[in-house]
Write a protein that binds this ligand. Structure first.
Ligand code: HAM
Length: 481
């Protein structure tokens, strides 16, 4: 009897039944995420999968759905209550405090990639284990930091080729603004108390702000005419929000101010935002975040400002596939070696090792398939070249390097295989570099700067091959034209 996977979780495999759960898509996405993090100056932090339950109760808020309904909580053998992390912000702040970063380097820009666990009703786009890329910027109160976070998430989607995304933006002010607003909001909602959904009637007592983003149609009708939080912002919060909007306008990042946007976690203040993708249906939020200045203090640290966001990787990949963005192909072997006979198998085993030492992705047929089937396998794997090695090839020390894209063959010395493929790889890299550089230099200053940097690098290079010297000469000529 087989044991099925639990509901709401999934495997990520090289060729999944679900196209979005294919590992090479995840590898590609993660490499873009890491690149963006590097470009924006964020460094990686890895926190444990489980934490003390109290961290989320105190950090995220015990009346939130995440904490009250969705946590995977268990007691360990030492009688501690532990919880699989439902989100990454509270753990990052816990770690910041634990490591005394406020004393050593209070300004921290941190990112994380990893699984989060929420016991939600499993459905398309909503999982019990999902993965987030999140960033937390600690120590900067200025609105530029809020805008940088939104710019970063927007840039990240742009680099992935995503379009058609909606950025919802709001400010929920500071505690005093919210208290004044809550009073007016509750007075208004009391008038319609009996018409509100059961959940919202409950929230009227526990967490009235959350009624604003209720999905219930009747609740929606009622909150449409509710007072707006934006009318309750004090001067400092209003100015902060206006500056964030202005900076986003300067960057031409499109957004919509939505005074009903409050987010489902209790730690936020001032800026909050959410990004949605139309293609995703009901579970359309691909990222959410905002400022959460009080959290560090709530968790026992210093009172430092904090802002961040997280994006759900499953939903990002699903949107990429729905929007059919270009995705680089899965990596495939550059060379596939097929041995014929036992002698050849032994020699090929050393050869494939040698080729790999030259930085070439190479595989050898290990299972003893006959030539035809081995060729089929090479095709399936998407091998760029194949070589068949038998007694003749070994005695003559020469192989036919077969280009699988057009079927043509070239004779090459057996011992040079690795070197030849490495040179070919390098030539591709040089052409790519050349193509990237092939931009017209209109500005004399840009050109001068480039030429100067080129000369400096050349002086540092002690031994330059003749080929490279010619290439450099050509670059100079092109630029001087
Ligand atoms: P969140 O809005 O709860 O925020 O989650 C962030 C993103 O994770 C969502 O926009 C969504 O893409 C994805 N997500 C959440 N739950 C699920 C699920 N069950 N299945 C699939 N995807 C899901 C936070 O977690 C905050 N910690 C974000 C943050 C960081 N705020 C400040 N810093």
């Amino acid at each position: 009897m087989t044991i099925p996977i639990p509901p709401g979780v999934f495997d990520i495999t090289p060729s999944s039944n679900e196209s979005w759960a294919t590992s090479h898509l995840w590898n590609y996405l993660e490499s873009v995420l890491r690149d963006v993090a590097k470009d924006y100056g964020y460094q990686e932090i890895r926190t444990p999968i489980f934490e003390r339950t109290e961290l989320f109760q105190r950090g995220v808020g015990s009346t939130t759905d995440i904490v009250s309904k969705e946590m995977y909580t268990f007691t360990d053998k030492g009688d501690r209550s532990l919880t699989l992390r439902p989100e990454g912000t509270a753990p990052v702040i816990r770690s910041y405090i634990d490591h005394g970063m406020a004393q050593t380097a209070p300004i921290q820009k941190l990112f994380y990639i990893g699984p989060m666990f929420r016991y939600e009703r499993a459905q398309a786009g909503r999982y019990r284990q999902h993965h987030q890329f999140g960033v937390e910027a600690i120590g900067i109160a200025n609105p530029e930091q809020d805008a940088e976070i939104i710019d970063m998430v927007f840039t990240l989607y742009e680099r992935l080729g995503l379009t058609n995304l909606k950025v919802g933006l709001n400010s929920i002010g500071n505690k005093a603004c919210r208290e004044a607003f809550k009073e007016k909001l509750c007075a208004y909602l009391e008038l319609y108390k009996n018409d509100l959904s059961k959940d919202s009637q409950q929230r009227l007592i526990s967490n009235p702000l959350r009624i604003l983003d209720s999905k219930d149609p009747k609740d929606k009708e009622i909150v449409a005419n509710a007072p707006s939080i934006l009318d309750f912002l004090d001067e400092e919060c209003r100015e902060h929000f206006e500056t964030v909007c202005k900076l986003l306008n300067n960057l031409k990042i499109p957004y919509e101010i939505n005074p009903l946007l409050v987010r489902g976690l209790d730690y936020y203040n001032k800026t909050v935002f959410e990004i949605t993708a139309g293609e995703l249906g009901a579970q359309n939020s691909i990222a959410g975040g905002g400022r959460y200045d009080g959290l560090l203090k709530t968790l026992g640290g210093q009172d430092l400002p904090t802002v961040g966001f997280a994006t759900g990787l499953e939903r990002v990949i699903q949107t990429m596939l729905k929007q059919e963005v270009p995705i680089p192909p899965a990596p495939s072997p550059q060379l596939f070696i097929i041995p014929l006979g036992n002698d050849a198998r032994e020699k090929c085993f050393s050869l494939v090792h040698d080729v790999r030492q030259h930085g070439i992705a190479a595989q050898m047929e290990l299972s003893g398939k006959k030539l035809g089937k081995a060729m089929q396998l090479a095709n399936q794997l998407g091998a760029r070249y194949t070589v068949v090695i038998g007694e003749n090839e070994l005695s003559q020390n020469e192989v036919e390097l077969k280009d699988m894209s057009d079927g043509t063959s070239t004779k090459v010395p057996l011992h040079s295989l690795g070197k030849i493929l490495n040179l070919e790889k390098k030539s591709f890299e040089i052409i790519k570099l050349w193509q990237e550089m092939d931009i017209p230099y209109h500005d004399q200053k840009e050109k001068d700067f480039f030429m100067q940097k080129l000369s400096e690098s050349l002086q540092k290079t002690s031994r330059l091959s003749t080929g490279l010297q010619t290439a450099v000469k050509e670059i100079k000529e092109i630029l001087e034209m």
